[in-house]
Design a protein around this ligand. Structure first.
Ligand code: HGY
Ligand code: MN
Ligand code: MN
Length: 425
């Protein structure tokens, strides 16, 4: 079969969607507000462990050699005709945010598995080996920093630093990896794929609104996460005159307003995005002025200079608020990744594949962080985006891509992987 014929191959859409639904049932919950089933499968939780065991079984059933590394990343290897050549790697994550959907991450892992299942069906062996991967804790919700497994595997975060990260209950990453049986023996940092390709839902409205089938992802914007501990004085809401207060709640509100001001106008570019996703008051009572607030800041910007200036603005404002309101603010950076540009040749391979499948496509910058951004440090990398219904919403149980949208993405992935896996040195 010529490479041209291989790149026209089609996956088994029903099998892909069945796998997505079966994995999506692990950690499923009924979201009353949206009246849909969401997914709650936090990293290293019992639900994550059950999902890991399921995909590991599927990998083994597909004839792949499975290994787990010291940060819990699961790798599944398919031999190639020339096993001396570095593999083409494809994958993503199966952990979710607490109010997630069935597609974020899972599409990339199960889509790569569907590529292998299709090649098995057709008894096709590629020149290079193919490795599927499910990476640990991409979301960062539980232990505070995102893309953790990929960042350790590619050297941005040291393994011992990752092991020491703790969740809200003080449990460490290492303890939880051991508890779920995924503290692997394979050393980290030993894998240098020939190329890495990840298929993922766009998680935004662009492709669906423009009627585009495939996003050819050009890169990922910079990410800067901070955890704020704001300390004032809790006191009586009625008896304490306004001038006598050290109101941590007011401080958090003023900071949140400042974040939104930073995103209006062009001071930090037109793409600056800022979110205070966690705002947790103590003692959290109607008649007590909050004496302490735990809050988070999530900054995103495609321009590293603008991001640096925005971070400086935030620092300056925190100083200002401590003086004006008489509170103390501890600010700790918990994640920081620069803007990433993906490999041009892999983007062209994705465009060629989309054309082969007669799919409309356009280049697009990723708004969210992804495992692929970490792997771009060690090999040529790019991503394939698929659109989603409901304005492409994600990190929300209404996340939904149709079988056709998923199949378009994974047929494109199949073509790209077979093309890359036939490349020589
Ligand atoms: O935060 C992110 O962008 C990713 O979903 N972890
Ligand atoms: Mn994701
Ligand atoms: Mn996500």
């Amino acid at each position: 079969m010529t490479i041209g014929e291989r790149t026209q191959l089609k996956i088994n859409t029903d099998r892909l969607m069945h796998s997505i639904d079966e994995l999506g049932a692990i950690g499923a919950y009924h979201d009353a507000e949206a009246n849909v089933m969401g997914v709650h499968r936090l990293a290293l939780s019992p639900e994550d462990a059950e999902g890991r065991r399921l995909v590991k079984r599927w990998f083994e059933n597909a004839g792949l050699t499975v290994s787990v590394d010291a940060i819990g990343n699961i790798y599944a290897n398919r031999t190639g005709l020339d096993s001396k050549l570095a593999p083409v790697m494809s994958g993503s994550h199966i952990d979710s945010v607490p109010t997630g959907g069935r597609f974020d991450g899972a599409l990339g892992v199960l889509g790569a598995l569907e590529v292998v299942r299709t090649l098995n069906d057709l008894d096709i062996t590629t020149r290079r080996p193919i490795t599927i991967a499910a990476f640990t804790d991409e979301e960062g919700c539980r232990f505070g920093t995102d893309m953790l497994g990929s960042a350790v595997a590619t050297g941005r975060i040291a393994l011992d630093d990752a092991y020491g990260l703790t969740d809200a209950d003080g449990k460490t990453v290492k303890q939880e990896l051991e508890a779920i049986g995924f503290l692997g023996a394979e050393p980290v940092g030993k894998r240098t794929p020939h190329a890495f390709v990840e298929c993922h839902v766009e998680q935004g409205p662009a492709l669906i609104h423009e009627g585009i089938d495939i996003g050819v992802v050009t890169g990922v914007q910079g990410i800067s996460w901070h955890k704020l501990i704001i300390t004032g004085t809790s006191a009586h809401a009625g008896a304490t005159p306004m001038g006598f207060r050290k109101d941590a709640g007011l401080a958090a509100a003023r900071i949140n307003c400042r974040l939104h001001e930073m995103c209006t106008g062009s001071k930090y570019g037109s793409e600056m995005r800022a979110t205070m996703g966690v705002i947790h008051p103590e003692p959290c009572m109607i008649n007590v002025i909050p004496g302490r607030i735990t809050a988070t800041v999530d900054l995103r910007n495609p321009d590293d200079n603008a991001m640096h200036n925005a971070e400086q603005d935030l620092d300056d404002y925190l100083q200002h608020i401590t003086k004006e309101l008489g509170v103390q603010i501890e600010s700790r950076q918990t994640a920081r990744t620069p803007a990433i540009i993906f490999d041009e040749s892999v983007q062209i391979a994705i465009e060629t594949a989309a054309k082969t499948h007669e799919l409309s496509h356009r280049r697009i910058l990723a708004g969210a962080g992804h495992d692929a951004q970490e792997w771009s440090a060690v090999c040529k990398t790019a991503m394939i985006f698929v659109p989603g219904l409901n304005d492409g919403i994600s990190h929300n149980p209404r996340e939904l891509s149709t079988p056709r949208q998923c199949a378009d993405g994974i047929n494109t992935l199949l073509s790209v992987i077979t093309r890359l896996a036939d490349e020589g040195e």
